[in-house]
Design a protein around this ligand. Sequence first.
Ligand code: TXE
Length: 499
Amino acid sequence: PSTFTHEFNAPAFKAKVSFNTGLFINGQFVDGSDNTTIDVINPTNGKVITSVSEGTPKDVDLAVDAAHAAFDTAWGLHTPGAQRSILMSKLVALMEKNADELAALEALDNGKTFNWARNIDVAGSIDCIRYYAGWADKITGQVQETTEDKLTYSRHEPIGVVGQIIPWNFPLLMMAWKIGPALACGNTVVLKPSEFTPLTAIRMCHLINEAGFPPGVVNVLTGYGNTTGNAISSHMRIEKVAFTGSTIVGRKIMEAAARSNLKNVTLELGGKSPNIIFDDADIEQAVNWAIFGIFWNHGQTCTAGSRIFVQEGIYDEFFKRFMEKTRSLKIGDPFAPDTFQGPQVSEIQFNRIMSYIESGKAAGAKVEIGGERHGSEGYFIKPTIFTNVDPSMKIVQEEIFGPVCVLIKFKDEEDVIKQANDTLYGLAAAVFTQDLNRALNTAHRLKAGTAWINCVNSFNSNVPFGGFKQSGIGRECGDYALTNYTAVKAVHVNLGHKM
Ligand code: TXE
């Protein structure tokens, strides 16, 4: 397989990085069976960074074979939880050792800033694997009291080979959220990163080998969704699939699972999250969080607070400050220390977002700031604020997944809760107020899997995450995720009951 080599020369990271970029099957880096490759593009300038092997359905079969062999001999019921925990902790130590490199790869490949990548993506991934390393030796069933001549208990067994398909917006973090609970519970993994951002997943495979995981426990196939991804979701010998990505593809995953072997499905999908700011909010904090809510990660966050509802009494002041702060955001090189926003991930996403912006303009919404590309090369889009919107507009209903928000004035609690819940999504919601009753009442009435009070886009490895409505099925993170990766078996032992 080919080798990726890059000389980083950023203030925070100066180093020459080089590693193999093949498919990772049974602990080896190999070419795809068709010998084809996928170009990896640098979103700051549209140029090719490197190319990686392209997986095919045949490669998925090979990876599934390796994962089954590992499950049957070296992992699953063959490795005590404590041993899994030790290996996962070794991986954590290696991730810490290579944290700057992982952050630099993420910045290069995805376009997010090195600082955010280091402090959120990489730090969060390390925290996640550490958290699940702690669970690996604490996964137990229960004893059920039945009758005195019988012993009945349940075992929480690993499922077997699990498939995981992840997106490009948080490449490393989504890998950690997926492999963390799967490995802790004793499953073996066939994972496909996004074709747009494969580099950190490949680098992780090197660290997985270095940590000493048995070959075949983790297999990573770079490849496209409709081939490699579809081969995973429709595979007859994969018992569970976990997916993060668009709602459209989420449906396809579920259909493929239903048509093949009825594998378990968990889905983490899109959102159109409301961010509600009441008159009594701490205005400076509300502005700062609202900025972070929508513009952080270039709006490419499933929980992005893309619909900002501001109460009448505070609206004009909020608007003024929100505009000022938006104007001050620095867009540019992800490796420059003061950059807040880098490029969108790909040309496809750039075009998609620009067409949403055009649709907003055509429908009569007002662009208060932004609404156009930044610079002349790469996929940069200026932070964009729309006002004068109505609920029928696409920019109010659909997930844009870019630095674009709509600002909507509201009257009172009833009014805003009705509007906030008027969406087919239900991933997250935020409310800003100093009134405790109002904060909790509103948080409880919002139809969303996460409700933030006086903050936005805040995550913890031990807190469940997932969507209501069409934002998904199942919960990741916390002990909730363990149930996605265990099969419960009831064992009945006859202690003397005669027939
Ligand atoms: O996502 P896809 P795309 C949303 C966001 C964005 C839109 C499109 O609104 O604008 O999706 O992004 C794999 N069978 N989110 O098209 O296609 C694909 O290869 C199996 C929200 O890039 O859903 C990749 O690995 N797999 C989101 C993964 O699915 C398939 C994050 C996600 O890509 C497949 C990303 C198929 N038929 C996008 N087709 C979030 N919830 O955070 C594609 N894939």
